[in-house]
Design a protein around this ligand. Structure first.
Ligand SMILES: Cc1cc2nc3c(=O)[nH]c(=O)nc-3n(C[C@H](O)[C@H](O)[C@H](O)COP(=O)(O)OP(=O)(O)OC[C@H]3O[C@@H](n4cnc5c(N)ncnc54)[C@H](O)[C@@H]3O)c2cc1C
Length: 432
């Protein structure tokens, strides 16, 4: 079965691998000149299976408003907001205030996280992969009583699902992360034992090499600009070269199509009558070589006070922050980098030189409720694996595994209602 996967980020490449292992004849299309060059390039590096949660949280607006006008506030909105930003915020508000929706989506995402953990471990067992990957847990720390109470609510969901976690006292925090500095006494420290880390870009590149060995074809600098349809089926993709030197358009026929186009999904899904309101939630990262490994994190630390994630990636460390609603604005303001740098230096001072770090900005492909769109689309041979927002690296291996099961008519190990790609039709949201 000839299958086109649109997008060579981590979602597309893991999907291509899974499908190739299931006997599909796979071609991956991407507008850029290589794999993992968009959002999968320099994310926080957390494989945070037990830390995943929906974007539309009941406190999202409160948290946003509290920090909107302060330099460090994690949520930023560009003024005047773009119409797509207003529409995204309105939808977010609607989902965040729908009774019980957050809880049911949270459970669904945590279950997908557990599938992903298992799928990653299987992949790492099967393939020789070199991506600075590890599984030494994720530590969330806070000195703020309000954040601490939120952390306790979160731990409740972990307990209910049997996801291994521990509350750490200060000596245990020190054993877990000996380099961590705590200028103020910690109110709460939660360790999610099974979580992991890894460089998403390197992983995707390694997986691409395995895909090619398995016969998957990659067409880069190739943009999907339209579709060919016959009745209830997609019969082909209209492609255009995005390299000005080899301009041209052509059609590629297919038996199946899988949408994995991250922030580009909205536009191309609409051409097939599918509403996927993916919004680009901007964030920033700084990556630096280690200067003193003893002062660096061993694994990954989420600082809930400063709202940054700090991760060890082999002999480098990375810090990320901010959720900015600015449509596709690729500028990197120095003020944002300064806030992130100050945060990491307050926790791991002297570990790395963040004045000489690689700065990056990327766009989380966010759906306004939070869970990704995963499963069968509205046409017979259209499938979707996109919109993973803040957690696309974490959920990639599991989402790809589940998509393969759906395409082969197998019953996945978890319910997929929360991930229904058709859930953004006109009917009102309801808890599942
Ligand atoms: C600051 C930041 C920190 C993050 N930290 C983490 C983290 O620690 N853990 C985690 O799990 N996740 C994290 N994420 C989220 C994660 O990076 C994303 O969810 C994930 O990379 C999305 O992967 P993707 O393959 O869906 O999208 P992408 O990597 O963006 O890939 C989509 C691809 O589709 C291509 N495409 C789009 N439209 C077209 C078209 N019309 N034709 C052809 N090709 C097209 C694009 O060129 C692109 O290569 C973070 C994100 C940010 C911004």
């Amino acid at each position: 079965m000839k299958t086109l996967v649109i997008g060579a980020g981590v979602a597309g490449v893991t999907t291509a691998w899974t499908l190739s292992q299931r006997g599909y004849d796979v071609t991956v299309i991407d507008a850029l000149d290589g794999a993992a060059m968009e959002t999968s390039y320099a994310n926080a590096g957390q494989r945070s299976y037990g830390h995943v949660s929906p974007w539309a949280a009941p406190d999202v607006i409160g948290v946003g408003l509290r920090g909107l006008f302060s330099r460090q506030g994690p949520l930023k909105v560009h003024f005047p907001p773009h119409p797509s930003t207003i529409s995204f915020l309105m939808r977010t508000l609607r989902y965040a205030t729908t009774p019980r929706l957050y809880e049911s989506n949270n459970t669904a995402m945590l279950k997908l996280g557990m599938v992903s953990r298992e799928a990653f471990l299987a992949l790492e067992d099967e393939l020789s992969l070199n991506f600075d990957g590890d599984h030494q847990g994720l530590l969330e720390v806070t000195s703020d009583p309000q954040e601490a109470s939120g952390l306790h609510n979160k731990a409740h969901a972990l307990t209910q699902l049997g996801i291994h976690h521990e509350w750490l006292e200060s000596d245990a925090v020190n054993r877990q992360e000996p380099g961590l500095q705590c200028p103020k006494p910690l109110q709460s420290s939660l360790l999610i034992n099974g979580d992991g880390t890894g460089d998403c870009h390197r992983f995707t590149r390694e997986m691409m090499a395995h895909c090619e060995s398995a016969g998957v074809r990659f067409q880069f600098n190739t943009q999907l600009v339209g579709w060919q349809r016959s009745g209830n089926r997609v019969t082909g993709a209209e492609l255009a070269s995005s390299d000005p030197e080899t301009a041209g358009t052509w059609t590629e026929t297919a038996d199946n199509v899988v949408l994995c186009a991250g922030c580009g999904s909205r536009k191309i899904a609409r051409k097939l009558g599918l509403s996927l309101p993916v919004y680009p939630v901007k964030g920033y990262s700084l990556t630096a070589e280690l200067k003193d490994a003893d002062r660096a994190p061993r694994s990954t630390v989420v600082d809930l006070d400063r709202k940054v994630a700090i991760t060890r990636l082999g002999d480098r460390m990375r810090v990320t922050g901010f959720a900015e609603l600015a449509a596709f604005d690729r500028r990197i303001p120095q003020t944002r980098l300064d806030v992130i740098r100050e945060a990491v230096e307050s926790r791991f001072s002297g570990a790395a030189d963040f004045h000489n770090a690689e700065a990056w900005t990327g766009f989380r492909p966010m759906l306004p409720d939070g869970p990704p769109a995963l499963g069968k689309g509205p046409l017979e041979n259209l499938y979707v694996n996109t919109g993973h927002g803040t957690f696309g690296w974490t959920l990639s291996a599991g989402s790809a595994r589940i998509l393969g099961q759906v395409m082969d008519g197998e019953t996945p190990p978890i319910a997929l209602d929360a991930f229904n790609p058709m859930r953004f039709s006109k009917r009102p949201p309801h808890p599942r």
